[in-house]
Design a protein around this ligand. Structure first.
Ligand code: KG4
Ligand code: ZN
Length: 393
């Protein structure tokens, strides 16, 4: 079966085609096409993502991305076909708020044979609602045009599956031992999820204010670095570590909530501590390296402590780390080292390179998992974008 998947929750317009053989979780997955347009350059000028601007850019890029993914997957055959007027009208109705997109889709359909797609999966939340709606409405339109069911997917479930999935190794998803703990660290979320089974999620910890990625991005901005600052901070931190620099201002940064009895986080105080430490000074390269290293160390210590408590409290056999911040090599190294020293029986998973930040492949995987658990796919017309969608709704 071929899955067409769509992701537009934040600042990446992504469409992928994944070929699936077998039933979840024993299935094997082959990425046939994977197209992604990043809006980073657009948003970098403003220092962050503006939802209406993201929406406009998704509308512009989603059809081209679908075409790239379908072409890569070798699923497009040219032909001429008239799309009946009533179908055209309905497509305009579904894509009423995505100006010009219905016409683009109709023009595309008139030039190609219907591609072999068996399921559409789309991120319906959490994320920026105006951005999410573009993907959701586009999915509904294709579903109607091609008569294919749609599965709405939770973006965070996508991050979980992206971490376990292995491009090189078949059947990886069936090898997960439960209970599993997922630490999800992205630009919008920081949460600890207890999984007792595929599809069974309980949020047992979360940030009370900023998400980890958000804190990285804000601290980067204070240092005059461009959005998204996470990767830049990580790189500077690595340099600071290699040079064995002393603490910035000779002071350690705070580890917020590290001693609280719960599994929650707070990063806004740490961010403010960085702001006061900089004190409006122009930083030298070395100072940026020291401060980045101090900041990353503080974040990591809290993440490790809470994750370790979650593993112990629930006797977890598996740790799944996912979301954009899990791209940090130092974070991976420290989590692996910690687990090896303290929980040698726990298997640790991180996303494959290229799958830690937002992508559509993870939405295909999570959609397949969800379709396997649902007896009937939801009627496409009832699917809604939900910016605050939670994994344990
Ligand atoms: O998962 P993601 O692509 O988007 C959301 O769902 O939010 O995560 C993006 C976040 C950004 O805040 C970015 O700065 C951060 O992930 N990030 C990193 C690294 N790569 C991306 N943070 C730290 N180190 C990295 N190497
Ligand atoms: Zn994400």
């Amino acid at each position: 079966m071929n899955i067409l998947s769509i992701e537009t929750s934040c600042d990446e317009t992504a469409v992928s085609l994944v070929k699936v053989e077998g039933q979840f979780p024993e299935a094997t997955y082959e990425i046939l096409g994977n197209a992604l347009h990043s809006q980073i350059e657009l948003h970098a000028q403003y220092g962050g993502v503006f939802p209406t601007m993201a929406k406009r850019e998704h509308i512009k890029k989603i059809m081209p991305m679908a075409q790239v993914a379908l072409t890569e997957a070798d699923l497009l055959t040219e032909s001429t076909e008239e799309i009946p007027r009533e179908i055209q009208e309905k497509l305009h109705e579904i894509l009423f708020r995505e100006e010009g997109l219905a016409d683009e889709l109709i023009a595309f359909a008139e030039k190609h044979e219907r591609p072999e797609i068996d399921l559409i999966t789309v991120t319906s939340g959490p994320g920026l609602e105006p951005a999410l709606w573009v993907g959701v409405n586009f999915a509904k339109a294709i579903s109607y045009l091609m008569n294919v069911p749609v599965v709405p997917v939770n973006h965070m479930e996508g991050h979980i599956l992206a971490s376990v999935f292995d491009v090189e190794e078949d059947d990886k998803l069936s090898q997960i031992h439960f209970p599993a703990i997922s630490l999800l660290i992205s630009g919008g979320h920081t949460e600890i999820i207890l999984m007792t089974e595929w599809g069974e999620y309980e949020k047992i910890g979360q940030t009370l204010d900023d998400a980890v990625g958000e804190a990285f991005d804000k601290v980067a901005r204070m240092m005059g670095l461009e959005y998204p600052g996470g990767p830049k901070i990580s790189k500077l931190a690595e340099e600071g570590r290699r040079a064995n620099l002393p603490h910035f201002n000779d002071k350690e940064l705070p580890r917020p909530m590290i001693h609280s009895k719960d599994l929650n986080f707070s990063f806004s105080g740490l961010k403010t501590a960085v702001l006061y430490a900089i004190d409006k000074k122009e930083l030298t390269e070395e100072e940026k390296q020291a401060l980045s290293r101090d900041f990353e160390d503080a974040v990591l210590e809290v993440l490790l402590k809470k994750t370790a408590s979650a593993i112990e409290e629930h006797g977890a056999q598996t740790l799944i780390v996912g979301g954009g911040v899990s791209a940090s090599q130092y974070l991976r190294q420290e989590f692996n080292r910690y687990c090896l020293e303290h929980h040698a029986s726990v298997t640790v998973y991180f996303p494959n390179p290229g799958l830690s930040t937002d992508n559509a492949v993870m939405i295909a995987l999570a959609g397949h998992a969800k379709a396997a658990n649902a007896s009937n796919p939801a009627a496409a017309s009832f699917i809604k974008a939900d910016g605050n969608k939670s994994l344990d709704d």
